[in-house]
Design a protein around this ligand. Structure first.
Ligand code: B12
Ligand code: SF4
Length: 454
């Protein structure tokens, strides 16, 4: 039977924030690549990448209605992050007002909130899970559905994870940062993490050789790429394998630097760091979570403070940039204990820091705890990312011991006192917030750090 060639427009929405994103959405460029291989025509529009000043794209970013009118797709697919829930609702309306195309929603949101959008009159399909093995059949057999048809996509095996196709993405010739996953899944059980609902606990290891080939091919087709980011859930779960990747990457001599989004402290050693440096590795970001012993132990990370302190020292000794992630307001945390987290941050002296706000994702151990001992607010629409202009959302959970306001104070205090991210041009705002939350001493520390006042 002859295949009908379809036109598919994939969209990643964005918030109007100023978080710099130098990468193009991986899921959409993989799914698009699978469809292009089978003769379909695909465009990927990642507004998180295009709107962010990071890539310095010298032309105006097209609006969605203009794109739809220009391309006239048969199918529009939107990727949904929970924190973009409101933006996706508006986008669904814009699509419905502009075209009769079939509308698909997919992305990590539906792994955690499978019932959302199920009564939308404009959505035809909701796809939960990784869609590599589902997308082709879905696109080729797509029809209008009211209410939307729910499809639960099963995780592809490692060998069925197709390469990324950047050619179909708007702005690809300005892409600085190429992200790739050498594996998916993580066997650990941190109490705040929803990995069991996203990548899964079983680690699916892709062929290292073909991943390196993919990187080399991407760099040769897209010379703007200057850095490769490894975004595995747990990249070093098999250290020997990761070391082999580092060796092959070094031999490939792409001219690119290498960064890894997250690494576990207990899976680092001198040998691995040596290879990482040789591969032009730049940074290591270690999850710390809390500086209070009791809170830390309840996270069930499977590692100790000692592991973290040793790993941080090793990273420093290797001359690499050190990052740390903390979580404010985990079960058992309170303003006093938060001071211990800040003290640990001062001790570790990272070059960059993320002070994430505790987010009780459904079906995690911490969600159960907050349902029993605290309150849960809006987990959708919540970003814990630091905005350099000091915008922040309401904490998505709280307790009597650590109230909503105390969590905001803790977040402001930590960000003001431990790193230099807030922009000085917003000094008036910094001062206003410090007055509002009685943080004059944090303001003094911030000003000292910022302007190096003696
Ligand atoms: C790399 C990464 C980032 C990067 C880059 C993200 C990007 N735009 O590409 C950065 C650092 C920017 C980032 C930031 C954030 N991230 Co992030 N990130 C990841 C990570 C580790 C990998 C993402 C990835 O590339 N996955 C692999 C690809 C193949 O998967 P995918 O893109 O989801 O696509 C697959 C499916 O979802 C589906 N699919 C996706 N879209 C669509 C659309 C259609 C139509 C269909 C049919 C299918 C479909 O099919 C794809 C192929 O299988 C994931 C964890 C994970 N395991 O996925 C977290 C993850 C996506 N991030 C998450 C979060 C919460 C955030 C932040 C909000 C965190 C924060 N600090 O507040 C921010 C905000 C993001 C922003 N401003 O864009 C959560 C999302 C949870 C949720 N329910 O939405 C995840 C799942 C982590 C987690 N376990 O909680 N992130
Ligand atoms: S190691 Fe990372 S991915 Fe694995 S469970 Fe812990 S937080 Fe989640």
């Amino acid at each position: 039977m002859q295949r009908v060639r379809k036109k598919i427009l994939f969209v990643n929405p964005a918030k109007r924030d100023s978080f710099p994103v130098g990468r193009i959405h991986m899921g959409l460029t993989i799914l698009g690549g699978i469809l292009v291989e089978k003769g379909h025509e695909v465009r990927v529009v990642d507004y998180a990448f295009l709107n962010s000043g990071y890539a310095k794209i010298p032309v105006p970013v097209p609006s969605l209605p203009d794109l739809i009118r220009d391309f006239n797709p048969d199918i529009v697919g939107i990727s949904v992050f929970s924190y973009l829930y409101n933006e996706v609702q508006s986008m669904v309306q814009v699509v419905a007002d502009t075209t009769d195309a079939i509308l698909l929603l997919g992305g990590p949101h539906f792994a955690v909130f499978p019932d959302d959008f199920s009564d939308s009159p404009h959505v035809d399909y909701i796809i939960a899970g990784e869609a590599e093995t589902t997308i082709l059949g879905l696109v080729e057999g797509a029809a209008k559905h009211t209410p939307p048809l729910f499809v639960s996509a099963s995780r592809p095996a490692a060998d069925d994870i197709a390469p990324i196709n950047l050619d179909i993405a708007y702005g690809h010739s300005f892409l600085p940062d190429y992200q790739i996953q050498l594996s998916r899944g993580c066997p650990f059980g941190c109490s705040f993490c929803n990995i069991h609902m996203v990548g899964g606990r079983q680690v699916r290891k892709r062929s290292i050789e073909s991943c390196v080939r993919e990187i080399v091919n991407a760099k040769s087709r897209h010379p703007s790429i200057v850095n490769i980011s490894i975004t595995d859930d747990c990249p070093t779960v098999d250290k020997a394998r990761f070391n082999r990747f580092l060796d092959l990457f070094t031999d490939a001599d792409t001219g690119c630097t290498l960064s890894v989004d997250n690494m576990r402290a207990d899976l680092l050693d001198e040998e691995l760091l040596g290879r990482f440096v040789k591969a032009r590795g730049q940074n290591i970001c270690l999850g710390v979570e809390s500086g209070n012993d009791e809170v830390f132990r309840s996270v069930n990370k499977g590692e100790t403070f000692d592991d973290i302190i040793k790993a941080a020292a090793l990273v420093r000794r290797s001359g690499l940039v050190l990052g740390n992630c903390f979580i404010i307001g985990l079960p058992g945390d309170n303003p006093e204990r938060h001071k211990e987290s800040m003290a640990l941050a001062h001790e570790l002296k990272p070059d960059y820091l993320f002070w994430n706000m505790c987010t009780p994702w459904p079906s995690t151990p911490i969600r159960k705890w907050f349902d029993e001992h605290g309150q849960v607010g809006d987990v959708r629409n919540f970003s814990t990312l630091i905005d350099p202009f000091m915008n922040f959302s309401d904490p998505p959970c709280w307790t009597e011991d650590f109230t909503r306001e105390q969590r905001i104070v803790a977040w402001l205090k930590a960000n003001l006192e431990t790193h230099d991210w807030f922009k000085p041009c917003d000094l008036a705002k910094v001062e206003r917030l410090c007055n509002q939350y009685h943080l004059q001493s944090s303001l003094a520390v911030y000003l000292q750090r910022r302007y190096r006042v003696a």
